[in-house]
Structures are given as structure tokens and as C-alpha cells.
Write a new protein. Structure first.
Length: 179
């Protein structure tokens, strides 16, 4: 179901998949709740919206990177990529972390959604591989995961010949991580 676009159940399925080898009654009740949610929301759909998002009301903070190790950093554009054709796409990515999602191990969950123009095209919800003791750390791991996926997605789009409009807007809800 997640593969065909029902990413609203992704975190619940990811959490339950840990117990595939030894299910208990409580797990079956959770599966029934997921199925009930799917049957209640059976007419929901992902809308394909080709118009570019309006990001004019989002403040953009420009930082001086000349005194850092990232001073000369720029996007690597592959030399063997085809020439871009068609209308340019604007990429927007959202990330968030759910600290201490797993009460047994203390691991957080990372959630990421990537949009081309206003259409979600890729999403991810996975348990973090480390146990973080602070919300900042969990959010930072989620931001890193999102950034790595953005780099991969931009590379794939360039190899497909899609023109990319400017940098990717990456949005999160933890101000310290964003700064």
C-alpha cells in the first residue's frame, strides 16, 4: 500500500514490521486499526499539481560560508547527463523526527517527504540507527537523511534530463537545526 502512494500509514507499518517473527494480540489489533483507516480513507489520493510552489513568504537566511570548510562547495553536475528539456521543476523537502518513538530501544523515527513542484514524489519513514538523548540530535539526524536523499534525487533528475529550478527548499520544525 505504501508503494502505491499511501504514505499516511508508513510509520505505523514500519513500527509493526519489527514484530513480524513474533506477533502478539496487540499487534493484530494495530493491524486492524491500519486496515480500518485505509477503508475509511479509501477515496484519498495524491494530487498531481504541476504548478510551482509559492515560497515568497518563507524567510531565507543567507549565511556567510566563506570562513567555513564549505566555502567552495557547489553542486556536482554530472558531465554525462543529457541536456535539460521541458519545464523546470522546483524541489521542496520536508523532514521531521519523532524522538524516542520506540520506548524499548529509545530510537527516534525520521520522516521525510520530497515534492516536485506541489506533488509528493518520494517519502521515507525509518527508525534511526542511533539512540539520541536530545531532540536536537534526532532532528539533526533527520535533516542529514533528508539532505542525502535530496542530493540523490537531484542527481537522478539531472540524469533523466529534467531541469531543476534553483536550490531545493528544505523545511523542518526545529529552528536550531535549520539555523
Amino acid at each position: 500500500m505504501i508503494q502505491i502512494g499511501r504514505f499516511d500509514i508508513q510509520t505505523a507499518v514500519m513500527s509493526l514490521s519489527r514484530f513480524r517473527a513474533m506477533l502478539r494480540q496487540g499487534h493484530l489489533d494495530r493491524v486492524k486499526r491500519i486496515h480500518q483507516h485505509l477503508s475509511e480513507m479509501r477515496h484519498s489520493a495524491i494530487k498531481i499539481r504541476a504548478d510551482a510552489p509559492d515560497c515568497s513568504n518563507i524567510p531565507v537566511k543567507l549565511h556567510g560560508w566563506e570562513c567555513s570548510c564549505c566555502a567552495d562547495a557547489k553542486e556536482e553536475i554530472p558531465s554525462d547527463a543529457p541536456a535539460p528539456k521541458g519545464k523546470p521543476v522546483t524541489m521542496t523537502s520536508f523532514f521531521d523526527a519523532n524522538p524516542h518513538h520506540d520506548l524499548v530501544s529509545g530510537r527516534s523515527v525520521t520522516g521525510v517527504v520530497h515534492q516536485l513542484n506541489k506533488t509528493p514524489v518520494d517519502w521515507c519513514s525509518k527508525s534511526q540507527s542511533t539512540v539520541e538523548t536530545a531532540t536536537f540530535c534526532s532532528e539533526h539526524v533527520a535533516a542529514r537523511t533528508c539532505t542525502e536523499q535530496v542530493i540523490d534525487l537531484r542527481l537522478v533528475l539531472r540524469h533523466l534530463g529534467a531541469p531543476i529550478n534553483g536550490p531545493t527548499m528544505v523545511l523542518g520544525d526545529h529552528e536550531s537545526v535549520i539555523n
